[in-house]
Design a protein around this ligand. Structure first.
Ligand code: FAD
Ligand code: NAG
Ligand code: NAG
Ligand code: NAG
Ligand code: NAG
Ligand code: NAG
Ligand code: NAG
Length: 636
């Protein structure tokens, strides 16, 4: 991949240009190779910035920091550069999970709240990270989510809706649906919530939708309090259509690599793949470099262990599961945990790896329409399999869509008072009055309890608010529908190094799903709402029938019992383990994303979200990365 200078003259000329450049600019790039994917042996001794993790956030930041040409950047990625065609496929929600070799995949600990199941943790392990394997649903949370993040800083934070909206706009480029389709399906969008900056991360509406979706979406009008916001990115809950992260011209996956890496030839932007960072190095209190090995290595005691230094900053972008692992392995974390692993404590920072949250969900509560609003070209769509095949066929005909029948582009993101008008107030009060420590592990540090208490107030407000979304259902327009997500879970889990093998074993991930019983109370209400929805008058003509679990599961106790057997603890949206919170509230990074207690080290990825947004997480991750890049540049 290295550029080869074909003649001595060319080599001489480029060296001359570079030395002249060096003569005049202090912090200038020093590289002679203009290509970016380099071999380990070509890595320079020092860069301005070292970015650990070439994923969703990491590549976004790397692109922005190298734009001016003033700074050199090295990205170190664990996975490989892989350009297989399956990565680009968009039908059926993408084939992101089709190839396990580009995924981290290991089990969580047993979940007592879910009948002792373990969940397989799935994360992208490839240049592009999880954006290279996700389902491409492209969504923002609510205004109240981001105002909530800022609220923990007593008025000094710029991470509120007003402060993050410009970065949502910068992070992607919208392609609206064709007018005729928008009219036929009543798809609302408003370009003022999107930017026009040429960013090559694409938010694209398909040019086709299944007819049944009209019925599904309109049926919500039968329920009191339902609203239809002006745009998927308006920050308001309700029933709306949303785009997919898909290139509108080629109709292929749009992800961090295609948007922030492919086709960029900058001599100051280096990337190595197949390399695992296991430690941040310090000079005094300042992060000065990182150590890494080939990702196939099973021990750090190898001649292949390398060090690279950063003149300005180290940026950890290894995601919610691995960023806390690297911090802990580097001596930044809860001191007892580090002690048990024989790691010298650099900063006793109790919050590292704690506060883990993910969306709880079930696809098992299903309803089947006996009479189905069938697309005229398709005479038999009696099973999901034929439905998927029909989508594939349609796609091959004219590359129209829908761009992910796995989940479609139509959804309900609903407030708890609308979902549970009779129960929300009682549940919110019971939750608010509970001892914050009651359902956290018994040895939880006082600062983390204080932080949870602050989050408890925020959660109680969410449960009472018509401006937040607690319930989510995504429709695919098929004969059988059934997806229910709990968007703001109140239980908290953890990611901790394995004391026996802190670096070369995967960390110990415990979702602690439903450890706070309020989560089950909420999910019972979400379940009953789904049932209420399928019973509305507008759907009656299509004869929906509850196919699972069926009418015999009728009391709250029976529903709760059934849910414990089917709920999954992770919708692949883990956040919170390096939370942007004050240290007194159990935080890991400050509002500039610097790790508390050291200098020159930031975390920029999904792990910094202190609380889950009421939405899938990729768009928020891109916005965080865009804002972080400006914060980093502002320090120059
Ligand atoms: C299967 C799946 C489906 C999803 N579906 C959706 C969806 O439809 N819509 C949505 O909005 N969100 C979805 N998400 C969530 C979304 O993709 C993530 O929240 C987001 O991409 C996280 O970005 P990140 O930068 O935090 O981490 P990542 O993008 O995961 O990047 C972390 C990178 O760090 C690398 N790394 C890890 N450890 C090391 C190490 N020690 N040294 C060097 N590199 C390392 C990894 O290989 C990876 O490339 C999905 C996620 C998954 C996994
Ligand atoms: C790059 O550096 C030059 C020289 O120091 C400076 O004039 C310019 O503003 C910088 N550009 C950016 C985008 O920071
Ligand atoms: C990746 O593959 C696509 C075709 O599938 C091709 O157009 C593109 O150039 C390839 N990218 C790289 C960097 O090799
Ligand atoms: C699966 O992923 C690996 C690693 O990224 C890659 O080398 C291989 O070509 C992929 N296989 C297919 C069938 O896409
Ligand atoms: C889960 O495991 C625990 C401990 O082994 C056991 O006591 C409990 O009965 C199990 N629960 C279920 C539902 O199997
Ligand atoms: C929330 O919406 C419901 C349903 O429309 C309504 O009854 C309730 O008054 C609203 N609550 C607030 C606080 O506005
Ligand atoms: C259709 O989907 C339901 C629910 O997801 C599943 O239980 C069923 O097995 C699927 N049927 C086919 C034929 O794939």
């Amino acid at each position: 991949m290295m550029a080869k200078h074909s003649t001595a003259i060319a080599a001489f000329f480029s060296l001359l240009v570079i030395s002249l450049f060096n003569l005049f600019t202090e912090a200038s790039p020093r590289f002679i190779t203009p290509s970016k994917l380099i071999e380990q042996r070509e890595v320079e001794a020092e860069y301005d910035y070292v970015i650990v993790g070439g994923g969703t956030a990491g590549l976004t930041v790397a692109d922005r920091l190298t734009e001016s040409g003033n700074f050199t950047v090295l990205v170190i990625e664990y996975g490989d550069f892989d350009n297989s065609s399956s990565i680009f496929s968009v039908v059926g929600g993408g084939q992101g999970l089709s190839n396990r070799t580009r995924l981290f995949s290991f089990p969580s600990v047993r979940q007592p709240g879910l009948n002792n199941i373990t969940e397989q943790i799935v994360i992208g392990k490839i240049l592009g990270g999880s954006s290279a394997c996700n389902a491409m649903l492209f969504l923002r949370g609510q205004i109240e989510d981001y105002d909530g993040w800022a609220s923990f800083w007593g008025g000094t934070s710029t991470w509120d809706w007003k402060g993050i909206l410009p970065y949502f706009k910068k992070a992607s480029t919208l392609t609206p649906p064709p007018d005729s389709l928008a009219q036929e399906f009543n798809i609302k969008y408003d370009k003022s919530f999107w930017g026009d900056t040429g960013t090559r991360i694409f938010a694209t509406f398909p040019t086709f939708q299944w007819p049944q979706l009209k019925t599904n979406m309109n049926a919500f009008r039968d329920i009191a309090g339902i609203t239809y916001p002006p745009d998927a990115g308006s920050g308001l809950p309700g029933v709306f259509w949303f785009p997919s992260s898909v290139n509108p011209v080629t109709i292929t996956r749009s992800f961090a690599r295609t948007g922030h890496w492919d086709g960029i030839a900058r001599s100051n932007y280096h990337t190595i793949t197949g390399s695992k960072v296991f430690k941040v190095l310090f000079e005094g209190d300042t992060a000065s470099g990182v150590q890494y090995v080939p990702s196939t290595a099973r021990s750090a005691i190898t001649q292949n262990t390398k060090t690279v230094k950063a003149r300005r900053e180290i940026i950890l972008s290894t995601g919610t599961i691995h960023s806390p692992q690297i911090l802990q392995a580097s001596g930044i974390g809860p001191k007892d945990l580090l002690g048990s692993a024989d790691i010298t404590v650099k900063v006793d920072l109790p919050g590292v790896g704690q506060n883990l949250q993910d969306h709880l969900y079930t696809f098992s509560q299903t309803h089947t329409f006996e009479k189905f609003d069938v697309h005229p070209n398709l005479d038999d769509m009696t099973s999901n399999a034929t439905f998927a095949a029909a989508a594939q066929q349609l796609f091959e005909q004219d590359r129209s869509g829908p761009l992910g029948i796995g989940a479609g582009n139509a959804a309900a993101y609903l407030p708890f008072p609308v979902v549970a008008p009779d129960a929300f107030s009682k549940i919110a009060a019971a939750y608010e009055q509970a001892d914050p420590a009651a359902h956290l592990p018994s040895n939880t540090h006082a600062t983390i309890i204080a932080g949870y208490k602050a989050q408890q107030a925020a959660h109680a407000a969410i449960l009472r608010s018509n401006g937040s979304a607690s319930y989510n259902s995504v429709f695919k327009g098929g004969r059988t529908e059934g997806s229910t997500l709990h968007l703001h879970p109140v239980s908290r889990g953890s990611v901790n190094i394995d004391p026996k093998a802190p670096i070369f074993a995967e960390p110990i991930v415990d979702y602690r799903a439903l450890s706070n019983p309020i989560d089950l109370d909420i999910m019972i209400e979400l379940f009953k709402f789904t049932r209420r929805y399928f019973a509305v008058p507008s759907l009656a003509a299509f004869s929906p029938r509850e196919t699972n679990p069926g009418p015999s599961v009728d009391t709250d106790a029976k529903i709760g019992n059934w849910l414990r057997g089917v709920v999954r603890p992770s919708a692949f949206h883990p956040v919170g383990t390096c939370a942007m919170l004050p240290k007194e509230l159990g935080g890991v990074v400050d509002a500039e994303l610097f790790v508390h207690g050291v200098k020159g080290l930031r975390v920029v990825d999904a792990s910094v979200m202190p609380m889950l947004p009421g939405a899938y997480t990729q768009q928020s991750t891109y916005a965080i990365a865009e804002k972080a890049a400006d914060l980093i540049k502002a320090r120059q």
